[in-house]
Design a protein around this ligand. Structure first.
Ligand SMILES: Nc1nc2c(ncn2[C@@H]2O[C@H](COP(=O)(O)OP(=O)(O)OP(=O)(O)O)[C@@H](O)[C@H]2O)c(=O)[nH]1
Ligand SMILES: [Mg+2]
Length: 1128
């Protein structure tokens, strides 16, 4: 246990074969940080007695107080196995859902991971999530089943029961891996097939669909966790022990003389040993026999715990001597059995040995990076590897080689930026002085002292005072006092280096990164590639074989050049300065804060593509508005929020149009941490924080069939309800024509165009489909816009396939007379061109469907159609971005443009010509102007006020005063969409969390009470096998979730704690504008009926927050109307 020196680490870094970059992943509280402590203590960085208590990797104060990890952090460890020495770059990650983005940043720079599972709780929601993340990044996992001691001490299992329980956990986790694997194989197979599809001459017999093909011939045994594969270790991190079966195979092969290989295969599984015959047999041959794992391993551990807990001194001594251990007198006498257990076990079965040996044997080194992973990292968006330029493709070899020679391109990925106090940086830390410096300083001090003495004694100026300064103002300003100068002269204090004092008390950012190829050197110049950088563009602009120095390159978008100012070895709470970092290592980089916001790719050759963006599991959903307590401190707040944004991978910072500064976070705890950071580190001011802003969506539904007291609404009444809704809201002004079935017709202010729009609710599945396929929609949109600009890259096979599939699914769901041909007529998606609403164009001469791509761009007419059409699409985008109820985005609405009268602006310059015509004809001839007919009839008998007809002369001027037509079209379309919505039954949609709670049966009732109080809905309740734990899955509106976790914890005395993950949007059934209409409803809800209407409450809260008028009066008015209606 020698504390590792920096030189040792530097030396180990140079041998990538023996480097392991790994992260520890698990559900919250399964013991990642405790396990990390044990591994760290094996390097002597912390004492083994403190391991598990210190939680060294939780370096933040709030992490220690709350007992959960919030930031992932790295530490480099040294491990020797036989002659081989390994460098293990270990990253501890948080398990709480709120911080799952930190997991994403960790897995990207690792090659392998340790999945930790609590032996009691088993596979939990976050276990699934992290396993998926590891899978998506193509990193290899090993499994640690932790907290085995709880099976002994808490659950009081017998060894046999524990064995079955552990087997169960393994089955669960392997089932998960199986699902991931199967879906991947099928996907790959589909891909292969689509590529080979169409190759001429393929035998039709081969095309018979065989589902199992591909699955069978793909060997997947190495993917599953099994102790006999050596990728599972059983531990108790808190007691400091752990083992893999190899350890016992080794011991027993010597003890009972059975080959180690045989034992390795049989120690786990249903085998038993016939001691007399020294034979191993299958368990079912002889009933009542214990499996080897129970007999040879678990029983020993159980009896040790038993002896220690019962304080059976004799037995303990016997065990200790038989194991050949030496226990210190202090531990042996300690009254706490835990201390004794960990003293014995940590010698007998040292956890770090078991875990690190597995890591070194089973997890890949940086040299083993797979070509699949490299290709995936290099191809963002819809690109395929083959479509990359040849220079870029050539870089794959560099990745695979991970070479450190001079010619190797340097490729580094920065996965996050983390803030450190500038004082903590190695270059700012006080450092011990060298011998020469000490001697030099001593000499200087002696001189100063002599001068001062001389100045005090004699009047004549000596030395420095010759330049005019008086002796009193000597640079140090020190008064010679007694013997002090001597003290100074012999023991120079450690002095801060150079400019550190200037920088004190400031946050600086260090990049959390990994070198994938080449050697990163301090002071080296390197390119910073943003996520949108395209090597193609660079290669087009810069002639090949350029030789100019890096900073003289022509400007290329999304690319900057910077210097690697400082390189650090990440050592948990500390950083160590490094001169260079060889490939395959994790490192910290200082001085990038002005170049990198959250993540970036750094590369010495510009043909490198940016890495694919990190995939985040959690959607930021909790938003609050923030302002400084003292308005004058606004600049600090703005600066602080910028820093916070850089320091957190997942937080979003927005400035709304209203000027509000908004912070969007993944959950309550994340919010709390962000606010603390803002107050204490980044802004250092007092801030006031609004109540969480709860997002809603607006939608429409089909008219209800039953009323609020579940009585059927008759045909007549239904009409009355709709009618009433329209009257009540009186939102549709005059001049807008509304049909009985909700078709809204509007004309632009200059009367040149007329639009008829209808809003139809989309079926639920379609909305879901749109949401799930937003990537596909975005790819389509990108393609369309790039083709419009005249440049376009062909889509990859896969994207084309995805688009086809998406269209097929839409067609499948949009069936029936109402939706006939709808899919082909889709014009746009919204808001932001990829949202869950669609615009369908049913007007006669529709072109430009989203599927066709801009095929008709060739003709001038078509391009004009497109330009005018763009205004309409923009109007639709605006309408879907903010709905009429409370200006929240729309969801699940289909706007159908039924008619679009464009006869009046068909020819370009129609308006000017009209002006000319009018001028020539004089006052009498106005009737023959192009305004006279045309669209009139199509306006559906829209009554034109008489004076407008006669005032045609003035109209051109009037028309033009409304500004360009495109603007008018946008506004008209937007308004028409809003009115079309308002004549339909509108509903709010609430964001929903899925909530996983694990609770023991005695607190179950209280959990349910809290859930139902907050409108939660239990979806599933399951009992965990062999325990009295229940797993409850519930849906909970985000709006009701604030303080939920705290309340549950309080009510159950901390025995249950929920994990909330955003899951979907759900329509709130109640109509926010509902008022009682039938007698029963009056009876049931009273006259006002506003106490029960949850939707209305949400609606008003949002409107109030946004400063919109809250239409409470309308309800009163409506009541009166109903009364009148009834009396009639
Ligand atoms: N009984 C028992 N308790 C353990 C063991 N390992 C960890 N714990 C306890 O479990 C709790 C959580 O441990 P942590 O190491 O903080 O868990 P974590 O996985 O890092 O949690 P997050 O980082 O918040 O996701 C602590 O109270 C530990 O003392 C173990 O082997 N046995
Ligand atoms: Mg932790």
């Amino acid at each position: 246990m020698v504390p590792n020196s920096l030189e040792k680490m530097v030396q180990l870094q140079r041998n990538p074969k023996n480097v392991r970059n790994i992260c520890v992943l698990a559900h919250v509280d399964h013991g990642k940080t405790t396990l990390a402590d044990c591994l760290i203590s094996s390097n002597g960085i912390i004492s083994s007695r403190l391991a598990g208590k210190l939680r060294y990797m939780d370096s933040r104060e709030d992490e220690q107080i709350r007992g959960i990890t919030m930031k992932s952090s790295a530490i480099s460890l040294h491990y020797a196995q036989g002659d081989e020495e390994y460098l293990i770059n270990l990253i501890d990650s948080p398990g709480h859902v709120d911080f799952s983005s930190e997991v994403s940043t960790a897995v990207r720079i690792c090659d392998g991971c340790i999945i930790v599972v609590d032996a009691v709780e088993g596979v939990c929601p976050q276990t699934q999530a992290v396993l998926r993340q590891a899978w998506l990044e193509n990193i290899r996992p090993v499994l640690v089943i932790n907290k085995i001691d709880r099976l002994i001490v808490e659950l009081k299992f017998t060894p046999q029961e524990a064995y079955s329980h552990l087997k169960n956990i393994l089955e669960q986790i392997n089932a998960l891996t199986g699902t991931l694997f199967t879906s991947k194989v099928l996907e790959e197979r589909a891909e292969r097939e689509s590529e080979s599809h169409g190759t001429p001459g393929s035998d039709p017999a081969e095309q018979v669909y065989d589902w199992s093909a591909g699955l069978e011939d793909t060997d997947d045994s190495h993917l599953y966790f099994s102790p006999d594969q050596g990728n599972v270790v059983f531990t108790s991190a808190i007691d400091g022990w752990g083992f893999g079966i190899e350890h016992f195979a080794q011991i027993y092969s010597q003890k009972i003389g059975i080959k180690k290989e045989v034992l390795l295969k049989t120690l786990w599984g249903d085998y038993y040993i016939n001691m007399k015959a020294k034979k191993i047999m299958k368990v079912d041959q002889a009933k009542g026999k214990k499996p080897l794992f129970v007999q040879l391993i678990l029983e020993n551990i159980w009896s040790l715990y038993d002896a220690v807990l019962k304080k059976d001194k004799e037995k303990i001594d016997k065990i200790v001597t038989s194991l050949g251990l030496k226990i210190g007198a202090r531990e042996a006498r300690h009254s706490d059995p835990k201390v004794q257990i960990s003293a014995i076990c940590s010698q007998w079965l040292p956890i770090s040995q078991a875990v690190l040996a597995m890591v070194c044997q089973k997890l890949p080194s940086p040299l083993d990076i797979t070509s699949e992973r490299v290709e995936k990292l290099m191809c963002s968006g819809s690109q395929t590897f083959d479509s990359l330029p040849p220079e870029t493709q050539a870089l794959k070899a560099a990745f695979m080689k991970c070479g450190s020679e001079e010619t190797a391109p340097v490729i580094i990925f920065v996965s996050k930026m983390f803030a450190v106090d500038a004082k903590a940086l190695p270059q700012n830390r006080p450092r011990p002085l060298t011998q020469e410096e000490i001697a030099q300083r001593r000499e200087q001090a002696r001189q100063r002292h002599a001068e001062r003495l001389a100045a005090a004694q004699g009047p004549e100026p000596v030395g420095p005072t010759a330049d005019g300064s008086t002796p009193e103002t000597s640079p140090e300003g020190e008064e010679p006092k007694g013997g002090e100068p001597q003290v100074e002269s012999v023991t120079p204090r450690p002095v801060l280096q150079e400019d550190s004092s200037r920088e004190t008390n400031q946050e600086t950012f260090v990049a959390f990164a990994r070198v994938f190829s080449g050697v990163a050197r301090r002071g080296q110049k390197i390119f910073v590639l943003g996520p949108k950088y395209s090597p193609v563009e660079f290669l087009q602009r810069v002639p090949s074989g350029f030789s100019a120095p890096l900073d003289e390159l022509p400007a290329v978008p999304h690319m900057a050049c910077c210097t690697l100012e400082h390189l650090y070895l990440l050592m948990g709470r500390e950083l160590q300065d490094l001169e260079e970092v060889p490939p395959g290592n994790v490192l910290g980089i200082g001085g990038l804060q002005d170049f990198v916001l959250k993540s970036a790719t750094l590369c010495s050759v510009p043909s490198c593509p940016p890495f694919i963006p990190l995939s985040f599991e959690a959607t930021p959903i909790v938003r609050v508005a923030i302002e400084p307590k003292h308005p004058s401190e606004m600049p600090q707040l703005v600066r602080g929020m910028k820093l916070l944004n850089q320091a957190d991978p997942c937080v979003q910072i927005l400035i709304q149009e209203t000027g509000e500064h908004v912070l969007v976070t993944a959950g309550e705890i994340h919010l709390q941490r962000c606010l603390d950071d803002l107050r204490e580190r980044f802004a250092k001011i007092e801030i006031s924080v609004s109540e969480p802003i709860i997002p809603f969506r607006e939608t429409i539904t089909k008219p209800p069939r039953v009323d609020m007291v579940n009585e059927d609404i008759g045909r007549q009444q239904k009409v009355a309800v709709i009618h009433q809704a329209r009257e009540d809201h009186s939102r549709v002004p005059e001049g807008v024509q509304v049909d009985a079935d909700g078709l809204v017709t509007m004309t632009t202010p200059n009367k040149l165009a007329t639009l008829s729009v209808r809003a139809v609710p989309l079926p639920e599945e379609v909305t879901r489909l749109l949401e799930e396929n937003s990537d596909v929609i975005r790819a389509m949109e990108q393609l369309a816009s790039s083709l419009n600009e005249g440049r376009g890259a062909p889509l990859s096979q896969k994207t084309q396939e995805n688009i086809r599939e998406f269209k097929g699914k839409l067609e499948q769901h949009l069936t029936g007379r109402k939706w006939r041909n709808t899919v082909d007529q889709i014009w746009s998606f919204g808001p932001r061109k990829c949202g869950p609403n669609i615009l369908v164009n049913k007007s006669a001469d529709f072109r430009n469907s989203v599927w066709a791509g801009p095929a008709g761009t060739a003709t001038q007419e078509a391009s004009r159609y497109r330009d005018v059409g763009n205004s309409i699409v923009s109007g639709f985008q605006l309408a879907t971005l903010a709905g009429p109820m409370c200006e929240e985005p729309l969801m699940g609405v289909c706007f159908v443009l039924e008619r679009w009268d464009q006869s009046k602006f068909e020819e370009p310059g129609a308006s000017e010509r009209r002006n000319r015509d009018l001028a020539g004809e004089g006052p009498g001839g106005a009737a023959s102007g192009p305004l006279g007919d045309g669209g009139e009839g199509r306006r559906g008998g829209h009554p034109e006020p008489a004076e407008k007809r006669t005032a045609q002369k003035g109209e051109p001027a009037l028309a033009d005063c409304y500004g360009p037509l495109s603007g008018q079209l946008i506004a008209t379309m937007k308004e028409a969409c809003r009115y079309a919505l308002q004549v339909k039954p509108q509903r709010l949609m609430a964001a929903m969390y899925t909530c996983d709670i694990m609770a023991t049966s005695d607190v179950l009732g209280r959990v349910y009470a809290v859930l139902s109080k907050r409108e939660g809905r239990v979806l599933q309740e399951e009992m965990k096998e062999g325990t009295d734990m229940f797993i409850i899955k519930a849906a909970l509106p985000v709006a009701e979730s604030f303080g939920f976790a705290d309340e549950i914890r309080k009510r159950t005395s901390g025995l249950a704690s929920p994990q909330l993950i955003f899951s979907h949007w759900e329509v709130i059934a109640s109509d926010p504008f509902w008022v009682p209409t039938t007698e029963e409803e009056y009876l049931h809800f009273g006259e006002k009926a506003d106490s029960e209407n949850q939707a209305r409450k949400y609606l008003n809260a949002v409107r109030r927050r946004k400063g919109l008028c809250v239409e409470e009066k309308i309800v009163e008015h409506a009541e009166k109307q109903r009364t009148l209606g009834k009396n009639k």
